[in-house]
Design a protein around this ligand. Structure first.
Ligand code: SF4
Length: 197
């Protein structure tokens, strides 16, 4: 029965714009405290503390591991993009698309019986969706997120090892390098995760 549901979710990911999607065992996801600490480490992310979906307001690695123990399978989605796009103003639109895909697959998972599923994308939702707003209304006014249908927390705040996620999905994970910009065909990637439960 579950195979049909997985297929619906992975097909939805492609329909929404993912280049590829994969099913992995949730226990393969590696969560590392030191990766989560990077959001406010030697270098502090300029969006640290500005959104309800970013540290220190997200549950972080400790809670993620509890969710992980209650989930058997996860879906990983990937968008392939030209490296030149990754280092351009168009990156924002592609990252917004990633959130759209993750939220869409999460919704499909709810509909197919995985009612406690959780989606994770990349980048700060403050920069992606509320850059023109002074505050995150969820933090400042205790209101529902303005973009609750689409905006999802970043994997970074939970310490999810995204390179490992790509490897578990059977995909290469070359690092996007500015030095590759002279190769107009060089490609890069973004990934998202939907943990089914
Ligand atoms: S209101 Fe804006 S900044 Fe706050 S969680 Fe939602 S998308 Fe992010």
């Amino acid at each position: 029965m579950f195979n049909g549901h997985f297929k619906e979710c992975t097909e939805d990911a492609k329909r929404l714009g993912a280049t590829s999607s994969a099913i992995i065992l949730s226990k393969e996801i590696q969560v590392k405290d030191n990766l989560a600490a990077l959001c406010n480490g030697e270098y502090t992310c300029p969006y640290y503390g500005l959104a309800a979906s970013c540290p220190p307001y997200v549950e972080g690695p400790v809670e993620f591991r509890k969710w992980q123990s209650q989930s058997k399978y996860s879906i990983v989605v990937k968008i392939e993009l030209l490296t030149s796009v990754m280092f351009s103003d168009e990156r924002k639109g592609v990252t917004q698309l990633l959130h759209h895909i993750v939220a869409g697959v999460e919704q499909k998972a709810f509909e197919t019986g995985f009612e406690n599923s959780k989606g994770f994308a990349g980048g700060s939702c403050k920069s992606l969706f509320c850059d023109d707003q002074e505050n995150c209304c969820a933090l400042a006014e205790n209101k529902p997120c303005r973009h609750i249908e689409i905006a999802r927390p970043s994997m970074s705040g939970f310490g999810i090892d995204v390179i490992q996620l790509m490897t578990s999905s059977g995909w290469p994970a070359p690092k996007a390098e500015k030095s590759n910009l002279s190769d107009k065909d060089a490609t890069s990637w973004m990934a998202g995760l939907i943990m089914l439960a």
